[in-house]
Design a protein around this ligand. Structure first.
Ligand code: GLC
Length: 412
């Protein structure tokens, strides 16, 4: 059975490959994650008072986008409204539970979009569909859906061209009629090139939904390969993940990812052709914490070394063993090698002893040369084009380096 062709916006989205997810809102003032209001059973009237302390004084849209760019990311997804119902954008009279009516007194979504444009980052809007603030969510669902639709219409009309809308919360009322036709119809009317994504949540990772949706989602963990054979529409795939164990900042959360883990997760996504949406939780005043910036920037140095393949590389018929895998571009095949040793002197080298031959199958095209992307070192290999078997002699990291995952380019 055939695999359908991606529509142009979906093909463009796949090439964005790596994005920053930003969870920021009133909950950031509490420093206990974005679900604090619900989990700690904070009375709504009390929680709403956080608005009076929301100054956003350190939020800088351009600086935020710059951090993403230096990390090698191409798009950014901001929580324009999360489950607490507070909007970072000007709701233009829908209610006054927004940043414009807080001490911040600014439209933070406008600043975010402006900063993204200045840094060449494509802005996307996360928008909750579950709402703990709006009473109609429980009492008059149809009225709520119209409020939601009007909110989204504002986002579609007031900020120029955006990369997409990223919804989250339909899982909270799985049996309800969310009238998705109307919501997505509004988006297609004003933003025909925008991606429409709706998070299926932790319990339904990778599942397709409404036909207007453009991507499947994975939340946390590792994404699985997508089977598109016979599908009615080509869907992109995206995995979102926290750098720690919360989306909104957790001031007592110390379990942060290292640059090596970020590299590993990014590669796991690209291995199956999925985008990687990595989350940061800015402080109450809107600054991405230094430790997050540092880890992202360091991983970004690795991304830059592998630009040739990370954005455009696609899964192909060439398969590796264990953690090894291959991606294909118009220019060549790229072999991703993990668990490699550092070579040098036995008194100072530690780590896995994976230096040596690595086997791949499915490589029938005759290879003319192979070299590491990081240092151009030419590599030995043997190939049997009839069977497609290919063995690469993977040399260890030169002492003084450790790429975590090392990539070899095979040219034809
Ligand atoms: C979950 C959570 C939410 C978070 C989202 C990110 O659905 O409810 O807090 O925003 O995942 O993907």
């Amino acid at each position: 059975m055939a695999v359908p062709q991606p529509e142009p916006r979906i093909a463009r989205f796949e090439k964005l490959a790596y994005g920053i997810f930003i969870h920021w809102g009133l909950y950031s003032l509490l420093g206990q994650g974005e679900w604090a209001q619900f989990i700690k059973k904070i009375p709504k009237a009390e929680y709403m008072k956080l608005k009076d302390r929301f100054t956003a004084e350190e939020f800088d849209g351009r600086e935020t986008a710059r951090i993403a760019r230096r990390a090698g990311m191409k798009y950014a997804v901001l929580t324009t409204r999360h489950h607490d119902g507070f909007s970072l954008y000007d709701t233009c009279g829908l209610n006054d539970y927004d940043a414009v009516h807080s001490p911040a007194g600014r439209d933070l979504v406008a600043e975010f979009v402006e900063g993204c444009r200045q840094e060449g980052i494509i802005p996307f809007f996360y928008h909750t569909t579950l709402d703990w603030y709006q009473e109609s969510f429980e009492q008059d669902f149809d009225a709520y859906l119209e409020y939601l639709r009007q909110s989204v219409e504002l986002l579609c009309r007031n900020y120029g061209d955006i990369g997409g809308l990223w919804f989250d919360g339909n899982w909270s009322k799985a049996e309800a009629d969310w009238k998705e036709d109307e919501l997505y119809g509004t988006i297609r009317r004003y933003q025909p090139e925008a991606m429409i994504i709706n998070n299926t949540g932790l319990s339904a990772r990778g599942e397709a939904g409404h036909p207007e949706l453009d991507s499947v989602t994975f939340e946390q963990g590792r994404p699985s390969p997508i089977d598109r054979e016979g599908a009615g529409k080509y869907l992109a795939a995206e995995m979102c993940q926290t750098m720690n164990t919360h989306w909104g900042i957790g001031s007592l959360d110390f379990k942060y990812m290292s640059p090596a883990e970020i590299i590993g997760n990014l590669c796991a996504c690209r291995k199956v052709g999925a985008n990687y949406l990595l989350n940061v939780g800015p402080t109450a005043s809107g600054r991405i914490p230094d430790y997050e910036t540092a880890a992202l920037t360091r991983a970004g140095d690795w991304v830059r070394l592998h630009e040739k393949v990370l954005y455009g590389g696609k899964p192909c018929s060439v398969a590796g063993q264990g953690g090894d895998f291959a991606l294909e571009t118009d220019d060549g095949i790229y072999l991703f090698i993990s668990n490699l040793a550092i070579s040098g002197n036995e008194n100072v080298t530690i780590g896995p002893s994976g230096d040596g031959p690595r086997a791949f199958s499915g490589l029938q095209r005759k290879v003319s040369s192979v070299r590491w992307l990081d240092n151009d070192e030419p590599l030995l290999y043997t190939q049997d084009t009839d069977s497609g078997l290919f063995a690469l002699h993977a040399t260890g990291f030169p002492y003084g380096s450790n790429l975590v995952i090392r990539v070899a380019e095979a040219d034809f």
